[in-house]
Design a protein around this ligand. Structure first.
Ligand SMILES: *Cc1c(COP(=O)(O)O)cnc(C)c1O
Length: 401
């Protein structure tokens, strides 16, 4: 079957909750993906930063096959020989004391919300059912009914109420708003160090550090959603490392499995995750040996191949180059490491048509909100590939009317 036929079938039988570029991919290797007709593209989205390690990384492939032939799932009714080691390795990587593995990012966010509420009751002494969690406008934390309830994007939430109570929304990057919003019932503040889905929005310098001290002062847990910004994407282990911030709860997902399998996790100090007792939380697939083996290898690849340093170095190189483009369409270029947003002017007619033009040049990018093109290639990219891509990006941004 060709791409056109598959697109028609998908449009007929699949729900239309996405608006994908019309490219049907069937192969991936490193930074490259290939469509059914054999056209090759540089992947500039990395499945929203799930494949930081590159598509089909051979070491992770090998580990996945080996583990799939041994044991895939036990459920947590029994123990398995991969879970303990993943827990230990994630704690060593994050500097936290305990972790809990889940599958999707949204599930890890839900896990963090649950444990933060329990902490609010058990440790902070909030009256039962009064716990509040503060979040930021423009957030993206996933798609469950609770999470979309505290989104500020009409598209994400409008038809999906009634919403879970107990959340307060404040402006992003505004430390005074955080101080004002905190009450004796505040259990946690949930925030993204960079709002990637929000349009690669970077808060003012020092914001996270101030959040850390305001939370500490008020006995509020600082919960960082590093699902997209973590694991090297922004040129540090986690984006909060830029300000040496240590959260009470780290939320990870996406690249934790190198894009092979949904694996997410919550990592915290002992006082937080230590509060869960048997039966209070769980997941049938969470912590299965296949997921754990894959995630262990994906973390190893990230470190062995020094992908975090690479992201910092090549990200700076790429961003400097992007800033030399003379285009009437560009408003600003911003980012950290290899998470870069090119914001277009309102008159540019939206980022989508630029993404379509880039597709014709062999680059796959996705518009983020209306006016931002996000560049987030796998971290295994080389300088020469960036140069190759840059010429095409420059051409499109300078030549499109
Ligand atoms: C992708 C993402 C999520 C949700 O992860 P899913 O695996 O899609 O559920 C949550 N938070 C952030 C910051 C994300 O980028």
């Amino acid at each position: 079957m060709n791409s056109k036929q598959l697109i028609d079938i998908e449009n007929q039988y699949g729900a239309h909750n996405y608006h994908p570029l019309d490219v049907v991919l069937s192969k991936g290797e490193g930074i490259w993906v290939t469509d059914l007709e054999g056209n090759k593209y540089l992947d500039f989205l990395s499945a929203y930063s799930s494949v930081n390690q590159g598509h089909c990384h051979p070491k992770i492939v090998k580990k996945m096959i080996e583990q799939a032939q041994k044991l895939t799932i036990t459920s947590r009714a029994f123990r398995n020989d991969q879970l303990a080691l993943l827990c230990k390795e994630v704690c060593e990587f994050t500097g936290m004391d305990m972790m809990l593995p889940m599958n999707s990012g949204a599930e890890a966010v839900e896990t963090a919300l649950k444990v933060a509420r329990k902490w609010g009751y058990a440790k902070k002494g909030i009256n039962l059912s009064d716990a509040e969690i503060i979040v930021c406008a423009g957030n993206f934390h996933g798609r469950t009914t609770t999470i979309v309830g505290f989104s500020t994007d009409e598209l994400y939430k409008k038809y999906f109420g009634p919403y879970t109570p107990g959340f307060k929304i404040i402006p992003y990057g505004d430390i005074d708003a955080l101080e004002k919003a905190i009450t004796p019932n505040t259990a946690a503040f949930l925030v993204e160090p960079i709002q990637a889905e929000g349009g690669v929005l970077i808060p003012p310098e020092g914001y996270l550090k101030s959040c850390e001290s305001v939370c500490k002062k008020n006995n509020v847990l600082l919960v960082l959603d590093e699902i997209q910004t973590g694991l090297g994407r922004t040129g540090k282990r986690f984006a909060c490392d830029y300000e040496n911030v240590v959260p009470d709860i780290f939320i990870m997902g996406k690249a934790l499995s190198g894009g092979f399998y949904p694996v997410s996790a919550v990592a915290t100090k002992k006082e937080v995750l230590g509060l869960f007792t048997p039966g209070e939380h769980g997941s049938t697939f969470g912590g299965n040996p296949l997921a754990c083996a894959v995630a262990r290898e994906a973390l190893k690849v990230l470190q062995e191949e020094k992908l975090i340093d690479k992201s910092a170095e090549l990200g700076a190189y790429f961003m400097d180059k992007l800033r030399t483009i003379q285009s009437k369409h560009i408003q600003t270029v911003r980012g950290k490491g290899l998470l870069i947003g090119v914001e277009l002017k309102k008159e540019a007619g939206g980022a989508r048509r630029f993404c379509e033009a880039l597709q014709d040049e062999g680059l796959l990018c996705k518009e983020t909100h209306e006016h931002v093109i996000r560049f987030a290639p796998p971290l295994v990219i080389e300088k020469a590939d960036i140069d190759w891509a840059f010429e095409r990006i420059k051409k499109v941004l300078e030549n499109l009317d």
